[in-house]
Design a protein around this ligand. Structure first.
Ligand code: HEC
Length: 260
């Protein structure tokens, strides 16, 4: 895409300074590009109509994340309605604090304490799917590895020196980092990092990946609870405009019938 635009610009402006072309291509860079610490991001399919996946993601979030991270723009009640759960189901299965159904997803831990314990306060996760993007989250939650030099004993491939412990280690097990060097042309070396699971997790790699994709699906939903509604409404609007177009064409023909 950038290449095409650059070529077009080159064609139409010939000898314009290169700086202009560079800035033009910077402008056309995807806005969602994220710093990933040099690692490639794995892609995850998001399906907000998959209620089972969202419910599973919600459960993982409540079990493993809400102790440290809030999602304070989200109410339990809203989630219950959107995911087709009754208030009782949510309160019984998903709420561990004394929160009420109309409360937002807050945590009890004071921010200052958290910052002291982890070196950084766990940020609110309401809109993290929008700031980081789904692929980044999916990769992040699968990229913790053992690093004895860190306070929590782990590091992360896409978030260097992260303050968060690997909270899902019981499911995934621990991973070790392996470095591989490939000799390239001109005596250069290409260094790649691979994570290898130690097999102590309760889940297989496929199960773990599915669980994390459900969790990310849920985080994307939390980032914009109205999205499925907005998208289905968009389809209705387009359908309506299409019908209107047909009617307008027919009306035009009717008006012009006598003129021709
Ligand atoms: C024990 C507390 C704790 C738990 C539990 C926890 N986190 Fe974290 N998390 C942190 C801390 C602390 C940071 C800040 C790390 C830093 O800035 O170095 C963080 C950072 C993050 C970030 C990066 C945010 C950003 O944009 O910088 C994401 C995403 C995240 N956590 C997701 C999760 C998810 C999903 C779960 C549940 C599976 C979870 N966390 C469970 C402590 C926790």
């Amino acid at each position: 895409m950038n290449m095409i635009i650059q070529k077009l610009l080159q064609k139409s402006f010939g000898a314009l300074p290169k700086a202009l072309l560079v800035s033009a291509s910077l402008l056309t860079m995807p806005l969602t590009a994220q710093a990933s610490g040099g690692a490639d991001l794995d892609h995850v399919e998001i399906d907000l109509s998959d209620t089972e996946s969202l419910k599973n993601g919600a459960k993982v979030f409540m079990d493993y994340c809400l102790s440290c991270h809030s999602a304070k723009y989200m109410r339990f009640k809203r989630m219950a309605d959107d995911l087709g759960m009754t208030d009782e189901e949510v309160l019984e299965n998903l709420v561990y604090s004394d929160a009420k159904i109309h409360d937002t997803m807050e945590i009890a831990m004071p921010e200052a304490d958290a910052a002291l314990w982890f070196g950084a306060a766990p940020p609110d996760l309401s809109v993290v799917s929008r700031s980081r993007g789904a692929d980044w989250l999916y990769t992040y939650l699968r990229s913790f590895y053992v690093d004895k030099s860190r306070p929590m004993g782990v590091n992360n491939l896409v978030f260097k020196d992260v303050g968060m412990p690997h909270v899902l280690w019981k499911l995934q097990g621990m991973q070790h980092i392996e470095e591989s060097k490939t000799n390239m042309a001109y005596g250069k070396e290409k260094i790649e990092h691979k994570l290898v699971a130690d097999g102590t997790g309760s889940m297989s790699t496929e199960e773990y990946d599915k669980t994390v994709s459900d969790l990310v699906n849920f985080l994307v939903y939390v980032g914009e609870p109205i999205r499925s509604y907005r998208e289905s409404l968009g389809l209705y609007v387009l359908g309506f405009l299409l019908i209107l177009l047909v009617l307008t064409i027919k009306l035009k023909k009717e008006y012009w019938k006598d003129v021709h």
